[in-house]
Design a protein around this ligand. Structure first.
Ligand code: NAD
Length: 508
């Protein structure tokens, strides 16, 4: 399986690029001051990619101070000026696309074809989208609603945003947090996952090269407990935007609430994939495998629970298993690799643990194995005959594992789809427009695809229902998170004793 690739320095020279440190504060790289080092590891080989000093609370304080100092100037820039800077950023990112793809593949174990064709172009497109959207931040129209006053609405930035991102799509998550925040005139301190800081740091450096002023975008790379909690609780941070697991999201919400911050939470998922009996079986099987295995299943919207109507069930299981077996595991940097390792050996073992426990109550149709070799690989796995209330159906696994269950009536299929605490994404597969349309209305999720599963676009919002959180990334809807609305009211009468003053002065 493992086709040994080039040695690490040729893949991406992380030690050289981040010799000055893995913090980016006020427009320059610095070393962390926590006194503790951390190693970024290539999950495909287990080799160290970068050793760096973690951010401590003093680094978070310095980053927040830089963001605070930069805020008045950036908030006061015209929408056109912010838009120009973001257009330049899109150009810098496009010039560096290969660098970003290699760094992302190295730290995450993603096949180069995924980072080159999905993560990096998606980020460039997002940047171009927000360059345009920065000029369309609108309040409502003005009017004389009381008769005696003119009212209007201003849409204003909030201040310093503190954001926390996960390791599964480090570049895209950084972009999704940074772009709407700064397009709207905020400044930001982002804490990436300590496992995967490389592309967030490159993104911040690209912001400086694009002419975005120092302090507008800052990166602190530290642990969740130390740097993360300090950032969320910081009195000079006006808003917390968090993407990660539901368990950590709850902790973040507690800390943010204690300091009365606005909160945006993008949390876990357990997306259902509902196949009605009139669906195109071949399309559904292909969609299920691609939707379940993308990013080695470490995708919050990945297809994880396939519910297949009884007449198609056996054929779907057979075809999906065959397609899974055709997927080529290998070196992320080698041509011909479809699937890379999981993010770490710990995550691989966690996934394997779910599958081993499931053997007691379900059938492993294919996969369920750790292949030979040093990397954190796990074979694509299909599980059948599990009960709806079992762990493998209810819990977020975050690995290349798809569970398939049968259903009889349309009512049952939709009810099962809704039967987990999560509500991030879902798909419905049918050639009957009424059935598919019903599913889109009744499935409780922030995104419902019809006859597809996974695609995202910059113009459309991404965010959860239920325990998957609230608030939106991407699209103009994200500005609802990153702006606040001010009502301005002008008196039009120029009268000293106004009519409403009768509530204070004498009788009518
Ligand atoms: P995680 O919750 O363990 O960590 C996310 C981030 O939070 C990391 O940067 C981590 O250092 C930080 N963190 C950890 N403890 C913290 C604390 N006490 N205070 C503040 N910050 C803390 O998640 P992960 O394992 O990195 O990522 C996988 C999870 O992310 C999955 O649950 C996945 O569904 C979710 N996710 C959701 C979306 C979405 O858009 N809804 C997108 C990607 C990933």
């Amino acid at each position: 399986m493992h086709n040994p690739g080039k040695s690490i320095p040729e893949r991406f020279p992380a030690h050289e690029r981040f010799a000055a440190g893995a913090q980016y504060i006020a427009g320059r790289f610095t070393q962390g001051t926590s006194g503790r080092t951390y190693a970024v590891v290539d999950p495909a080989t287990g080799e160290e990619v970068l050793s760096y000093e973690l951010a401590g609370v003093a680094d978070v304080d310095a980053a927040v101070a830089a963001a605070r100092a930069a805020f008045p100037g950036w908030a006061g820039a015209t929408p056109g000026e912010r838009s120009d800077a973001l257009h330049k950023l899109a150009a810098v990112l496009a010039e560096r696309a290969e660098d970003f793809a290699r760094a992302e593949s190295l730290q995450c174990g993603k096949p180069l074809k995924l980072t080159r064709e999905f993560d990096v172009p998606g980020t460039i497109d997002n940047t171009a989208f927000f360059a345009g959207a920065a000029r369309h931040l609108q309040g409502q129209s003005a009017g004389e609603y009381s008769g005696d006053h003119t009212s209007y609405v201003r849409r204003e930035p909030i201040g310093v945003v503190g954001s926390i991102a996960p390791w599964n799509y480090p570049l895209q998550m950084a972009a999704w947090k940074i772009l709407p925040a700064i397009a709207a005139g905020n400044t930001i301190v982002l804490k990436p996952a300590e496992l995967t800081p490389l592309t967030s740091l490159l993104f911040a450096e690209a912001c400086t090269e694009a002419g975005i002023p120092d302090g507008v975008v800052n990166i602190v790379t530290g642990t969740g407990k130390e740097a993360g909690e300090h950032l969320v609780g910081h009195p000079d941070v006006a808003m917390t935007s968090f993407t990660g697991s539901t368990a950590v999201g709850k902790r973040v919400a507690e800390i943010a609430t204690a300091t009365v911050k606005r909160i945006h939470l993008e949390l876990g998922g357990k997306a259902p994939f509902v196949v009605f009996d009139d669906a195109d079986l071949e399309a559904a099987a292909n969609g299920a495998v691609a939707g379940a295995l993308i990013n080695t299943g470490q995708d919050c919207t990945a297809a994880t629970r396939a519910y297949v109507q009884r007449p198609l069930y056996e054929a779907f299981v057979e075809r999906t298993a065959a397609l899974m077996e055709s997927v080529r595991l290998g070196d992320p940097f080698a041509a011909g690799t479809d699937l890379g390792p999981l993010i770490s050996h710990a995550q691989r073992d966690r996934v394997a643990g779910f599958v081993e426990r499931a053997r007691a109550y379900a059938r492993v149709v294919t996969g369920g194995e750790i292949p030979d070799g040093k990397g954190a690989y796990y074979r694509p796995t299909l599980i059948a005959d599990a009960a709806q209330d079992s762990e493998i159906v209810q819990s977020e696994i975050f690995g290349p594992v798809l569970v398939v269950l049968p259903f009889d009536s349309d009512d049952e299929g939709i009810a099962l789809a809704n039967d987990t605490p999560y509500g991030l994404a879902a798909s419905a597969w049918s050639r009957d427009v009424y059935r598919a349309n019903r599913a889109t209305r009744e499935i409780k999720a922030g995104c419902v695809w019809v006859n597809d599963h996974i695609p995202i676009i910059s113009e459309m919002p991404h965010g959860g229902y239920k325990a998957s959180g609230f608030g939106k990334d991407m699209s103009a809807y994200s500005f609802e998170e990153y702006t606040q609305i001010k009502h301005v009211m002008f008196d039009n009468t120029a009268v000293a004793r106004k009519d409403w003053h009768r509530t204070i002065f004498g009788d009518r």
